[in-house]
Design a protein. Structure first.
Lengths: 499, 95
């Protein structure tokens, strides 16, 4: 029998339909893989095998009865930022302690209503603040990818899986789930997808409900999937997206059948290449990746156009005002009174201060303090308001580009996966990881990362596609052309399964 | 250097996060570095620009004014560190 964990989501769906295996067998295969791999990779912070088996058994009944739903019996991982009813949810922060929500996130509920099976909760950077999954209270996630070593040997250096959705990207790349939920505030779906050879899409702001997802920066946060293939990502997003009256920013528009768009090709599609993304010191391998992407789309019938997005360089500094400001406001709720950790002090204020000092990690504290500063009396106009105005200009750049092109192609990251500790000493060096992804959040647009090539170290690199608001379909059809040309990226050696 | 140690302590107090003397010193450097870096936004002329509020034009949603939730005190207090009869128990605030 084939290794069920190597199937794509679409292959697993077809296998269940043909009754080649049961949902329970499929779930058990993943549960066994997680047991074996998690000590090495640390992708899951909580495994929920009983919950998963119960869901899988219910799915098997439906499959036998002939009323299977779109994701019936398909096992996925759920980022620990998504609240799960009765199941511990921590955002990988000590401050949430043993928090067990009494409700389910809307995106999660949509997935379970579509028949998906939850294998457990996935690791992430604390409150999704990080680009390497090194800020989690549960420790680092290790990427299944390794660098080429000397001669024929593979290096044993541990690489980051990207962040903040590092548990999601590592678990999908390592075959510990068919696909995973993720969230993206400045690149947290696309950057980890790029670093692990997986596919990730951040849909348009408002496409997925934010209800029941632990908030980081509310005007930027958006949920989306990380998956093995473009088609799998389409399947996931179709189930995750919905209009939700409980999130006033969720958009009341029909959700298209993304899977149907996947094979439509790019004949006649106008692809924009923004000159501002050719940053100083761009490495040859990133340049080649980008050129390859351009050539593939051209060969498939797209036309290539140079465009200008003049405010690109201001996106990252504006982001580092808007995101910390909104984070300081959102995280004010963690006061140790109603849920989560409490460290008792001499009086109420002392209790607050001790609780928050003990509960929040270093990067989260740093961002809360920056946010508090830029929102404090006398500074609001100079920082937050200014940044929101710059955002308008960033969005306007794209609005003008859409008169000339249908989709924009860029690299996802400026460099391949790095090793632990490489960028933790300097917050600015880490923030630069998001230089190509953050504009998309600032403008609220959909963005997708699809594997496009390998670095000289033998690790994956991603190409990013940026689309018009609510035009995720164009991203899926363009990404499929890239996937067809670049092939699927699988880790050559499953070292993490060898104990 | 935009942020001095006194300012770091003031914003830490506003944010209700206790910081040690060592942390105050290193934060002074880190926050100044980040704030110096974001200062490049001053190059951008935004005099005639409105702040961004949303991605696509959308009418503010209204809902009917009736109760949709409630009578779930057990659920609301389920995760509290200290609870008594559906009340959150907090440190003494008024002497």
């Amino acid at each position: 029998m084939t290794d069920l964990t190597e199937l794509t989501m679409v292959e697993a769906r077809d296998g269940l339909k043909k009754k080649a295996f049961t949902a329970l067998e499929l779930t058990d295969a993943f549960l066994a893989a997680i047991d074996k791999a998690n000590p090495a990779l640390n992708a899951f912070v909580l495994q929920t095998p009983e919950h998963a088996r119960a869901q899988a058994q219910a799915s098997d009944k439906r499959i036998v009865a002939g009323n299977a739903r779109p994701l019936e019996g398909l096992p996925i991982g759920n980022k620990d930022l998504f609240c799960t009813n009765g199941i511990r949810t921590t955002a990988c922060s000590k401050i949430l302690d043993d928090f067990k929500p009494t409700y389910e996130s809307t995106v999660g509920q949509n997935l379970w209503d579509a028949g998906a099976v939850m294998l457990g909760k996935l690791n992430n950077d604390e409150f999704a603040m990080g680009s390497s999954n090194e800020t989690s209270a549960f420790g680092n996630v290790v990427s299944p990818w390794r660098r080429k070593g000397k001669g024929e040997k593979v290096s044993t250096d541990k690489l980051v899986p990207g962040g903040s959705s590092g548990g999601s990207s590592a678990a999908v790349a390592a075959g510990l789930c068919l696909a995973a939920t993720a969230t993206d505030t400045g690149g947290s779906i696309r950057q980890p997808a790029a670093l692990t050879g997986t596919v990730g899409i951040k849909p348009t702001y408002g496409r997925c409900s934010r209800w029941g997802i632990v908030a980081f920066a509310s005007s930027l946060d958006q949920a989306g999937p990380i998956a093995k293939t473009v088609r799998d990502a389409a399947l996931m997003l179709k189930a995750m997206a919905s209009h939700d009256p409980k999130d006033t920013t969720s958009v009341d528009a029909p959700v298209p059948d993304y899977e149907a768009a996947v094979g439509n090709g790019v004949k006649g599609l106008r692809v924009g290449i923004p000159k501002e993304y050719r940053v100083d010191g761009m490495s040859k391998e990133i340049q080649k990746l980008w050129d390859d992407g351009i050539a593939w789309l051209k060969t498939a019938g797209a036309t290539i156009h140079d465009i200008s997005l003049p405010h690109t360089k201001y996106a990252l500094p504006a982001y580092y005002i808007v995101a910390p400001a909104e984070c300081s406001s959102n995280l004010a709720r963690y006061d140790g009174m109603r849920y989560g950790l409490r460290v008792s002090g001499d009086n109420l204020i002392d209790t607050y201060e001790k609780t928050r000092a003990a509960g929040f990690g270093k990067e989260v504290r740093r961002r809360i303090l920056i946010g508090t500063y830029v929102l404090s009396a006398g500074y609001y106009d100079a920082y937050y308001l200014k940044a929101q105005k710059v955002r308008t200009l960033i969005k306007r750049d794209f609005d003008e580009a859409w008169s000339k092109v249908d989709v924009v192609l860029t690299p996802t990251t400026p460099s391949p996966a790095f090793a632990f500790g490489d960028k933790t000493g300097d917050p600015l060096a880490m923030y630069l990881e998001d230089i190509f992804t953050v504009t998309v959040n600032m403008a609220g647009l959909p963005g997708m990362s699809v594997p496009g090539g390998f670095s000289s170290e033998g690790t994956p690199l991603g190409l990013q596609l940026i689309g018009k608001p609510f035009d995720e379909e164009t991203l899926f059809r363009t990404a499929q052309v890239i996937e067809d040309a670049a092939g699927r990226f699988t880790v050559p050696d499953k070292w993490w399964m060898k104990g | 250097m935009q942020v001095d140690e006194a300012t770091v302590r003031r914003i830490a107090r506003l944010a209700r996060i206790k910081i040690s003397d060592d942390e105050a010193k290193s934060l002074e450097k880190e926050l100044s570095g980040i704030l110096d870096w974001v200062k490049q936004l001053d190059e951008v002329d935004t005099a005639a620009v409105e702040p961004m509020t949303r991605v696509v034009a959308q009418k503010l949603k209204m809902r009917d004014d009736f109760i949709t939730d409630g009578e779930i005190a057990d659920a609301v207090t389920a995760n509290a560190p200290l609870v008594e009869d559906h009340y959150f128990v907090v440190p003494k605030v008024v002497e």
